[in-house]
Design a protein around this ligand. Structure first.
Ligand code: HQG
Length: 186
């Protein structure tokens, strides 16, 4: 099994850039960007020393490409997954006909009744492929997969965005667009 030497710092950066910038006294701009210099200074002041080189290495090698840099590499943001309010300013795009959502059995009944809700995040997160959906569900236990009729949703006016790292985002998926997907997860 390969281990990521940057995993610890990468998780810390996810925490700061998605959920708790205030933990190190940082403020994200409305689109979720942070100045790299300020971020690293504030990380160091909070006892978490990360060099600019390591930060760039984390951005480059992160397994899900969770972070994006601006054009002149002076700022960084998480590409998706925020719980703090940010406006990612992604264009609305037409989704594929079908998307998938990986979850666990204990959430199936509330989801099939009340639809997929964004819960603590800014969006509902959907995957274009079964493999990714299976991995997302596996974070919480034995994965179960929902099929999302995203093409129908789009035709009925629901708005979709595609994050820089390939995650499909929408506000909510009403139950009529959902069905359990019973093929063996891959
Ligand atoms: C569930 C990771 C009850 C939903 C992943 C999920 C993803 C409901 C949980 C990204 C519900 C929310 C997001 C309802 C939804 N009733 N439960 N009505 N609606 N749920 O973590 O999609 O590795 O906020 O099924 O790869 O699991 O962090 O969402 O189980 O892309 O980059 O409520 O996070 O990316 O959990 O994961 P989450 P998610 P990272």
């Amino acid at each position: 099994m390969s281990s990521d030497p940057h995993k610890h710092n990468s998780k810390f950066l996810s925490l700061i850039l998605r959920h708790q910038p205030e933990k190190i006294g940082l403020q994200l701009d409305p689109q979720g960007w942070a100045s790299i210099t300020e971020l690293l200074d504030k990380c160091a002041a909070a006892g978490k020393k990360i060099s600019r080189e390591e930060l760039l290495e984390i951005v480059r090698t992160n397994d899900k490409q969770r972070f994006a840099l601006n054009a002149d590499q002076s700022a960084i943001r998480a590409s998706q997954g925020h719980s703090v309010e940010v406006s990612l300013d992604l264009p609305a795009v037409e989704p594929p006909d079908i998307l998938y959502h990986g979850t666990v059995q204990r959430f199936m009944e509330p989801i099939l009744t009340g639809g997929l809700q964004k819960m603590d995040r800014m969006h509902v997160h959907l995957s274009a492929d079964l493999h990714t959906a299976t991995q997302v569900g596996s974070r919480r236990g034995k994965p179960v997969i929902l099929l999302v009729r995203s093409g129908d949703m789009h035709r009925q006016g629901h708005v979709f965005h595609l994050s820089d790292n390939g995650v499909w985002l929408t506000d909510a998926v009403p139950p009529q667009f959902l069905e359990p997907f019973n093929a063996t997860p891959c």
